[in-house]
Design a protein around this ligand. Sequence first.
Ligand SMILES: Cc1ncc(C[n+]2csc(CCOP(=O)(O)OP(=O)(O)O)c2C)c(N)n1
Ligand SMILES: [Mg+2]
Length: 514
Amino acid sequence: MNGAESLVRTLLSSGVDVCFANPGTSEMHFIAALDKVAGMRCALGLFEGVATGAADGYFRITGRPACTLLHLAPGLANGLANLHNAKKAGSGIVNVVGQHATYHLNYDAPLTGDIEGVAKPMSHWVRTSMSSSGVASDGADAVQAARSTPGQIATLILPADASWAAADEVALAPAPTPPRAVSPDAVTAVAKALRSGGRTVMLLGGAALRGKALEWAGRIAAKTGCRLMSEGQNARLERGAGRVKLDRLPYDVPGAVATLKEIDRVILIGAKTPVAFFAYPDQPSLLAPKECEMVTLAQGEHDIESALEELAHELGASTTAPVIADLQRPALQEGKVTPEGIAAVLGALMPEHAVVVDESISMGRGFFPVTVSSAPHDWMNSMGASLGYALPVAIGAAMAAPDRKVIAIVGDGSAMYTLQALWTMAREGLDVTIVILANRSYNILRSELAKVGVGAAGRTALDMLTLDNPNLDWVALAKGHGVASGRAHDLGEFAKELSRGLASDGPYLVELVV
Ligand SMILES: Cc1ncc(C[n+]2csc(CCOP(=O)(O)OP(=O)(O)O)c2C)c(N)n1
Ligand SMILES: [Mg+2]
């Protein structure tokens, strides 16, 4: 056995059995070990951002880290934007990054670079394995780090000589540090706050948006009369029929400020203090008024479900029925493409337990209320707002949940960042329906231009915000990546195309001309 094989065996014995890869020469021993050792499902991504984003999507569904295989500093650098998104989403990932043989580093060969320096800003844990005998225990530590609550980015750098030299160990990842318990005092303080009257919002994020935790939050809201909201973007929110109903904090600053204006108190449960995406010359950074009290029950690293359960007991809400959405699909709409019309078609046709990966940018603001009573589904947002998250995340989600329909609804500008993801979907036969919102522009940036107060856009500025001349041909782009596709110009055609995609077992792309 060599170091690479001891790492593959360690990953497998520690429960990491999916690898999203884009390899090079320094990773050849790892690749060879994947042949020798059965059990690792591998998917090739034709750009590292596809691999890192796919690992994010895989974690969001399973709660288990996948690994990536990346090529030295430049390969890792290509994957960083989606590691940023994954880090903000609280997703656990083990990155294995190949490095030159230790003795070769002296010579400044072309691919030599500061891998640790590149890794650090987007990783919680970084280590270089200095010898083949230590690779197994380093790998096990990486898995342990990735499995922390909520989830962490662990980057293990594997020099080629540590990979090819003999090794005799397979390690088992130590149990992850359990989630931190919320102190009884914090529970009592929040219960007191909830009993004290005034207008209160319980702002939920992360693990509070799923399963039992969400139910406890629903019971507490029904008992105390507080308003239940999620953050503006969520890694995975369980919603639709049968799930606890909640609103989402608006994205736009005036909308969010208006929502929180009359609120006396916000209770943060796995959520952060609400802040604007950007600063604007005449707008606040903090979305709640100064007088509004911020009380934290639990943060990402806490045992959120237990904290909510204890809070429900404390408030006598253990058996209170939460407000649940009934199944009430929106009616299909016909005619001109509008954001509400797209949402209605989506909400009407969405099958049970669909996974919606939303990178719809300016078109998607109205999707949420229209789909609240559709069939039960999961909704995912970009947590780091770095474009190009949706197509890769859809790969990971589809591999994690082969029995569910994945719908990626993506702006044309966003989709172009990681277009190659289509090829991986085709190759792996993944059940993803992709909707490209083809408005031929970076539409949102037109309104941003107005909001920052620079006045009317001139020709050069407009050219930086439009994607026309030439138009992107999404039907052809899909075909070129091996993905079947169709084009829709109105809502009736969109419904037909979306149905076609959902009926097929493999990937299908709909270009919705807006
Ligand atoms: C990596 C990265 N680069 C640039 C941006 C800035 N940006 C935010 S939205 C946007 C345009 C998105 O266009 P599209 O997906 O077509 O959505 P639309 O605005 O047309 O609705 C850009 C370029 C970003 N968020 N992330
Ligand atoms: Mg666009």
